[in-house]
Design a protein around this ligand. Structure first.
Ligand SMILES: [Zn+2]
Length: 447
């Protein structure tokens, strides 16, 4: 098995991630987070929020609606251009994203360019392609009482989209925040939330799925200060990825996106790539978006997006620097960094070496033997004590102690606390360390 397959299997076996709607045969590009996955994901999202919002004086949070007025997506250009090149094999009718099955072409590939690559169909092996068609990735829905057999005009009037990015919920609240909080520049607005993309071919586990959590910041700056603020944001991202998410810097590679590949409004973009088990993939992006977004909103809404400097009274439209990261991508990067196999006393084991602030549980408490009531009672006492203090504590009295250690190693619990007969005598417990498998004794009162 490849390392990715090992991780997928661990995720399913231990309750981190299950395939979506598995019981009905699944639903491509969807994944369900189980009890442990929810805890790890929540810890990741909370750490991000704490690092980028709570700890700082220049960041504000929003939680905007997923359904937004469709004019949002007209102004942002999504209705017109949020599309992937779709190509169909005329032999077997399979559909693909053209730029994902052929080398050396981009999303803007033409039919002719694609045919020139002489790509064979990954399913049937033939080379007989239809034309490239632009496939918009936004999920459409209808809002309000619209029936399928209603007239097309009404249906069209009530059309809405599941948001394809959280950023627009930030831009559209920029004026609300300026008018209520009166922040000084530079300041940022952060949002975490679900986004939806109708990927033509979801793949690579949770790397390319059809719905995902995004964590985005739009950082508003004075236009002539964008470069220094861009550098500050860039350093902050590294700080978060390595010191908070626990990734290794040697696995993170910055890719300066060249002018011809950048979105036309962006003056500078850096893709942060990560060495995933299946190869290098994008982990996050940092983009200087100029005044593109606010200018679009001002045009579409007819409302001024100008900011008035409190000291100089000068008015201007702020420019924006946007760091954007997908939670699932970060989750997989954290898992693949933590996933380790080693050998203890000739026995193979799997460990998730998660940083302890991210691990689903910090401690596991168990009685050495579960058929000795005095041990079980004492262990419950310790469990309740720790649970009150730390919250993230689990109880395990299944199987033998060796099996419990294996399980806690696999779910990344940093410390196992075992209550044995000595505990009854001197109130000390064994604390076993996940990474080194070494044990020390400590007084309960010192835990
Ligand atoms: Zn085919």
């Amino acid at each position: 098995m490849s390392k990715l397959e090992d991780i997928v299997s661990l995720c399913k076996r231990r309750g981190f991630i299950f395939p979506g709607s598995d019981i009905y045969g699944g639903m491509a590009g969807t994944w369900d987070f189980g009890p442990l996955g929810v805890m790890l994901k929540k810890n990741l999202m909370d750490s991000w929020w704490h690092f980028f919002v709570e700890k700082r004086d220049d960041m504000y949070g929003v939680d905007a609606a997923i359904l937004m007025n469709p004019r949002t997506w007209e102004a942002s250009g999504h209705t017109a251009t949020f599309a992937d090149p779709l190509v169909e094999c005329k032999e077997c009718k399979s559909r693909f994203r053209a730029d994902k099955i052929a080398d050396g072409i981009t999303e803007s590939v033409t039919t002719e360019e694609f045919l020139n690559t002489h790509t064979k169909c990954p399913v049937c092996g033939k080379e007989n392609w239809g034309p490239i068609r632009k496939f918009n990735m936004m999920f459409e829905t209808h809002v309000g009482a619209v029936l399928p057999d209603d007239n097309a005009e009404l249906a069209d009037k009530n059309k809405a989209y599941l948001r394809p990015e959280t950023a627009q919920g930030i831009f559209t609240n920029y004026k609300n925040i300026v008018d209520t909080i009166y922040p000084d520049l530079p300041f940022g607005i952060a949002q975490q939330g679900k986004s939806f993309r109708n990927e033509i071919s979801p793949r690579d586990f949770i790397l390319r799925d059809r719905e995902c959590y995004q964590m985005e910041i739009e950082y508003f700056v004075k236009p002539d200060t964008w470069e220094e603020n861009f550098e500050k944001m860039r350093a902050l991202q590294h700080d978060f990825l390595t010191n908070v998410a626990g990734l290794k810097s040697e696995d993170i590679h910055e890719y300066e996106v060249p002018t011809e590949d950048r979105a036309h409004y962006s003056k500078r973009t850096i893709d942060f790539m990560f060495d995933y088990p299946n190869g290098e993939e994008e982990l996050m992006g940092l983009a200087y978006r100029t005044d593109f977004d606010l200018a679009n909103i001002a045009r579409e809404s007819g409302k001024s997006m100008e900011y008035r400097d409190k000291k100089t009274n000068e008015t201007f439209v702020p420019h924006i620097i946007e760091p954007s990261i997908g939670v699932e991508r970060l989750f997989l990067a954290v898992l693949s960094t933590a996933y380790t196999e080693d050998e203890i006393d000739g026995e193979k084991r799997t460990i998730l070496k998660l940083p302890s602030h991210l691990a689903p549980y910090k401690f596991c408490v168990s009685p050495l033997l579960k058929n000795k009531p005095e041990l079980v009672e004492k262990a419950h006492e310790v469990y309740n004590l720790l649970k009150e203090k730390y919250t993230f504590v689990t109880w395990d009295d299944s199987g033998n102690i060796g099996k419990r250690y294996r399980k806690q190693d696999e779910i990344g619990t940093p410390k196992c606390i075992v209550i044995d007969f000595d505990t009854l005598e001197d109130d000390t417990v064994t604390i076993r360390d996940r990474d080194t498998a070494t044990q020390i004794r400590k007084k309960i009162a010192e835990l």
